[in-house]
Design a protein around this ligand. Structure first.
Ligand code: SAM
Length: 244
């Protein structure tokens, strides 16, 4: 046990439950707002814990999105369960949906297959939890690893696509987007998180740091696979838009 530290699993203040009606109303309001901003061929990715993700799944259908996949992100290195009274939490769910039933979305099938040893990429992604080097600009309590955001952005956007994250936190979405030559708009209600986001952005403005991070992101078979893929992407493309 000496390699583990017990940490509080309390969520940030924004995650504290205020009842089902409140959660559903809040989710319906923001989903309607982002739907208006999404291109007709755009897609949306939403991650959440069991407190919220089932409400999101239901509302996406109520608002006429078409659910494409529910990804299970299986962490290679989850923290142990100290109570020993139930299973170790080691997964998170991420819903992927498109705006319209009948308007096709973009999916980079070939790249996803390549990243899975030339077999179709499954909806279970084995990727590590956040690494220390990703927290170089300060701590956000629920920061996601770049590996997860990188995969979903590569799967569903073309170069220069606009990506919006209305719950940006430390802007992992934005950092992944910019490292992959996509554009990003993020927002958060907490100034301290905007500060972390700004510093993360400044950090990757140094091309050497950006290159180093591209090498460190997990989920690729070799250190340079991501860069080699990006070098082959057209520079002008402006595909579907994405909302997280
Ligand atoms: C789960 S965190 C996002 C973490 C992010 N993916 C990252 O990797 O850092 C959700 C964020 O949403 C923000 N948030 C919650 N409610 C909000 C609201 N009504 N308006 C804007 N931001 C909000 C919180 O401050 C928090 O930083």
């Amino acid at each position: 046990m000496k390699n583990y530290k017990i940490i509080s699993l309390n969520k940030g203040a924004w995650d504290k439950s205020e009842g089902f009606d409140f959660i559903n109303d809040f989710n319906r309001t923001w989903l309607k707002l982002v739907r208006e901003k999404l291109k007709d061929n755009g897609t949306i990715w939403i991650s959440g814990t069991y407190h919220n993700i089932f409400s999101i799944g239901q509302l996406l259908q109520e608002l006429d999105f078409k659910i494409l996949n529910v990804i299970t992100w299986e962490k290679n290195n989850p923290p142990p369960n100290f109570s020993c009274r139930f299973f170790t939490h080691s997964t998170e769910l991420i819903i992927w949906a498109r705006k319209k039933e009948k308007v096709p979305h973009y999916y980079n099938y070939e790249l996803m297959k390549q990243l899975n040893g030339n077999k179709q990429m499954k909806d279970v992604w084995k990727l590590p939890a956040i690494a220390k080097w990703e927290k170089s600009c300060g701590k956000h309590p629920t920061q996601k690893p770049l590996a997860v955001l990188t995969r979903l952005i590569l799967a569903s956007t073309k170069p220069n696509a606009w990506i919006l994250d209305p719950f940006a936190g430390s802007s992992t979405t934005g950092i992944a987007a910019n490292l992959l030559n996509r554009r990003y708009l993020g927002m958060d209600q907490e100034e301290e998180f905007l500060e972390i986001s700004k510093n993360r952005k400044l950090e990757i403005e140094n091309p050497k740091t950006a290159e180093l991070y591209r090498h460190k992101i997990q989920g690729f078979t070799t250190k340079k696979e991501l860069e080699l893929f990006l070098a082959k992407e057209p520079t002008e493309e402006y595909g579907s838009e994405l909302i997280l």
